[in-house]
Design a protein around this ligand. Structure first.
Ligand code: ADP
Ligand code: MG
Length: 345
């Protein structure tokens, strides 16, 4: 065999490899970019999608924006404004902190990033295809906030592009990702379009009284009319949200929204607690539906478990499990299921 020499990979290649971890499809780009908008304090997020996100993804927000001289940093790997130390990481309150998303997306798309801070005379922008075309920001007619356009996702990584599904399927994933984000932040306005057609227009809910309207818009009337609201705090950890009565169960786990400090999570422990809470009242082939939020001291949860940050670890997992199981089980016990409806599936 010929001798193989070891070499350091180029930055672009590293970014493309890392992109594979965080960005498996257009919906993942949407999630990362909208999370950035939320971290930037946006009150309004608008998303335009063309061709299932393979043609174009445009995310526009009215957040605090990025300074001219930091635009290039924003696109660099391991560059973040959100943490600066291990201490910060332990108490992280933002959705992002790895400083990888923008670098990864740029490495696999044709991207432009335009941003304007409140006190700036105008906006600035950078653009590139896989790599930056020009490291000098150009003036841009941009309102306060940030607008990112991602075109031709995976144009330079054909293996990844080949694995994508039809436009309609990719858009379904994007729509789901946006619903999930919209249920995390009732106070932010969201709207999204596909191929120029408006799909959702969600007004901000400024008081808790309005939250149910958002749930109704995202989850539908049937869920909302059949849901119990619960709100319970134990030892400083709060659980609140909606669980559907067993009369409204699902053949698939497609209406399950669970958040920890505003971050959508998938968690086996928490999933298990919910399954057990529903075990007495739900047929084993049916799935419960819920929108639940856990608010906990950030120091009690580790979000740095997985690149996509959808897995978490709790310092005191038994306490969180018991709160979730206890509160949901109790709420369900209080409503005696109508035996006739109960068996109708
Ligand atoms: P992370 O979110 O982990 O910090 P990203 O690569 O997603 O990493 O973003 C890098 C940096 O770019 C962020 O830390 C933030 O300072 C800036 N940034 C990205 N998107 C926005 C936005 N929509 N508004 C303001 N700043 C942004
Ligand atoms: Mg981010």
């Amino acid at each position: 065999m010929p001798a193989v020499s070891i070499r350091v990979l180029s930055d672009v290649l590293v970014n493309q490899i890392k992109a594979g971890e965080v960005i498996e499809r257009p919906a993942a780009v949407v999630k990362e970019l909208v999370e950035n908008s939320l971290d930037a304090g946006a009150r309004r997020v608008e998303v335009d999608v063309e061709q299932g996100g393979l043609g174009l993804l445009r995310i526009r927000d009215d957040g605090h924006g990025i300074a001219r001289d930091e635009l290039i940093l924003a696109l660099e790997r391991h560059a973040t404004s959100k943490i600066g130390s291990l201490d910060d990481l332990e108490a992280v309150g933002s959705l992002g902190f790895r400083g990888e998303a923008l670098a990864s997306v740029l490495s696999v798309s044709r991207l432009s990033l335009a941003s304007r801070q409140a006190d700036a005379e105008h906006g600035w922008m950078l653009a590139g295809e896989g790599v930056l075309a020009n490291r000098e920001p150009q003036p841009s007619a941009q309102q306060q906030g940030t607008c990112i356009e991602v075109r031709d996702l995976f144009f330079n990584t054909p293996a990844r592009r080949k694995f994508l599904k039809a436009e309609a399927t990719e858009f379904r994933h994007i729509d789901l990702a946006l619903r999930r984000l919209a249920l995390a932040r009732f106070d932010v306005a969201f709207s999204w379009k596909h191929n120029g057609r408006r799909v959702a227009e969600l007004r901000p809910c400024l008081s808790e009284a309005g939250f149910e309207d958002r749930v109704r818009e995202v989850c539908g009337d049937e869920f909302t009319d059949n849901a119990l609201f619960l709100d319970e705090t134990r030892l400083g950890t709060r659980l609140w949200g909606w669980v559907a009565l067993p009369t409204f169960s699902r053949p698939l786990p497609d209406l399950q929204y669970l958040y920890v400090n505003g971050r959508a999570v998938r968690d086996r422990l928490l999933g298990g607690a919910l399954r057990r809470a529903f075990a007495d009242v739900l047929h084993s082939t049916r799935y419960p539906a819920f929108v639940l939020n856990i608010e906990i001291d950030p120091r009690g949860v580790d979000v740095n478990v997985h690149p996509q940050k959808t897995e978490v670890r709790f310092r005191d997992s038994a306490r969180v499990h018991d709160l979730l199981f206890g509160a949901v089980h109790q709420a369900l016990r209080k409503v005696r299921p109508d035996p006739e409806q109960h068996h109708r599936v």
